[in-house]
Structures are given as structure tokens and as C-alpha cells.
Design a protein around this ligand. Sequence first.
Ligand code: ASP
Length: 323
Amino acid sequence: MKKVVVITTGGTIAMKYDSVTKGLVPAVSGEDLIEAVPELADVAEVEVVEFSNVPSGHVTPKMMFELAKLADKYAAKEEVSGIVITHGTDTQEETIYLLSLLLDTGKPVCITGAMRGASEMGPDGPANILAAVKVAACKEAVGRGAMLVFNDEVHAAAEVTKTHTTSCSTFASPGWGPIGHVYFDKVVFRRQPENLQKIKTEVIEEDVYLIKTVAGLDDYLFKCLAAKPVKGIVVEALGCGNVPLGVKQGIEYVRSCGIPVVLASRVHTGRVVPAYSYEGSAVSMAASNIILAGELTGQKARIKLMLVLGITKDVDAIRKYFN
Ligand code: ASP
């Protein structure tokens, strides 16, 4: 029988309703999580490792970095077929994307969680764990990078995002769709993710901020970040990479201070492209040597910039990782 290591980090999947504080709070151990899914015994031998038991808003990029090392440590064991990580859904896409860039292993590494707590009606956690273990144990998943398994769908780490605040079908890969589906008896893949990039770094630079562009935004936040000074800034631009004039001034200012700027889009599907040349377009900021994020969302571009800054501070060298 295949062996899968389940690393637990917390999230709604490990929470129960607390009548005193009137909300869901961390309450379920890693062992309890697995015991709630007796069907796992037919799929794989499961070893549980508790990394943390926190809501995913408490998971820092540094913790994600440590999680990647832990996953690699267990995946390096010959008897282990794959890894499953249970994690809160709020930052799940950031964690799996960081892992996808950093992991050494080619074995399947799947992240999952739940939208309903363990004490709620129809909790989705047990079914999601079962599906994730099925994927982690199947040979067809080898070489497809780190994956997010949720609601019987398998998503590529670079493409997936949370799309609904409460729905169990919250995860989607806008513009791409899932790479596979989990059925009762098998896992079916229909697509190989193309963008399985690796960033080999021993350190992560966490002092990287994300600014979302909105109509009429000025350069105030950029001046604040330059005063710190932060090590990098990701800007979620409008449309295919355009910003208001105040934001352009802000970007030019932080660039004159030497801070790398990556331009993503606040639109959740499609690339940042240099389509326009008017003031505020990506083309009009080319002289500032900004970096375009391609199809990455702002939150994932930030994760990538944090890892790349662990290797180099040179803007042209950083750009190569985003091309
Ligand atoms: N707030 C929770 C978390 O991210 C949500 C969840 O797990 O679904 O930890």
C-alpha cells in the first residue's frame, strides 16, 4: 500500500464552533482530522505530522518556506509516495504557489482544507482530505508540480485562486480550469501545467508589499513604503497594466529609490501586456525599469518576488524570473 504524509497547519478544517466566542476556533488535532476519514485506510497508509494549528491568516511567508522544507524532508523518504498539506483556505493559494517554486521533490504535493468547520452541517474537510490523499498517492500526479485539491478538483498552483467567501466550490483557475478531477475510483488528469518554474533560494525576503490600484489613487502609499524602505513592491494595476497618474509618479519615485516594482493586474484573468503607450500605461513606465508579472495575481507575484529577492536584488536579474 502507498504511504502519504499529511502535514497539518490549521484552518477551518481543524476548527469547531465555540459558543463562548461565538465563532469557529482551532480545536481539532492532526490525528483527529485523519480519524474522521476512515476511508483513507483503503487508499494509503497515512502518517500525520502537525506543523501548526493556526488560521491561514496567521501563516507567514517564512512559515510557508519552512513548510516547503518539511514537505521535501518527508518526500525524500523512499517509502513516501506523496504529501498532503491541510491549510486554511484564505492564504492557501499563496502557500501552494510558494511550495511549487521551492520544492525539490517531483512527488505529488497537494494542499487542501475546508470551507465548513468540523462541527458544521455537512463539513467538506473529510471529503477534501480523502480526495487530496487519492491524488498524492496516484502515479499520474507525479511531475505535475504542487497542486491544490478541493471539491474533487485538482488545480495548478500558479493558476488557482479563491473566488468565493463561503462556497465549498470556492477554488477555481480562471481562464484555465482544473488540471484534473477526482472520482470515487480514480483521479483523471486532462492537462499538464506548463509553468513549473523553480526558484532555488535558501532565504526569503519578507519585506515586500502589495498595493492595489483604485481610481484616483495617488503616490502617498509609495512614499510611505519608500521611507521604510521596503525591499520590493508589487502593484496590482488596472486592466492590462495601466495606473492613474498619481500611481505612475509613486512608481517612478520608489524606482528612483532603487526599490524593485512588479506590475500585476487587479483583473483576475489574463496577462499584463504593454498594449498602450499613454501616460500611466506599462509602456509609459518602461524607463523606470519595472517588471511585468505576466499572468500572476498580485498575491502570487509578491510571493515570487520574495523568493527571487533571496537570490538577487538586481532588477534585470529579477525580471528574468518573471519572463
Ligand atoms: N479563515 C480560515 C483560514 O483561512 C478559512 C478557511 O480555512 O477556510 O484559516
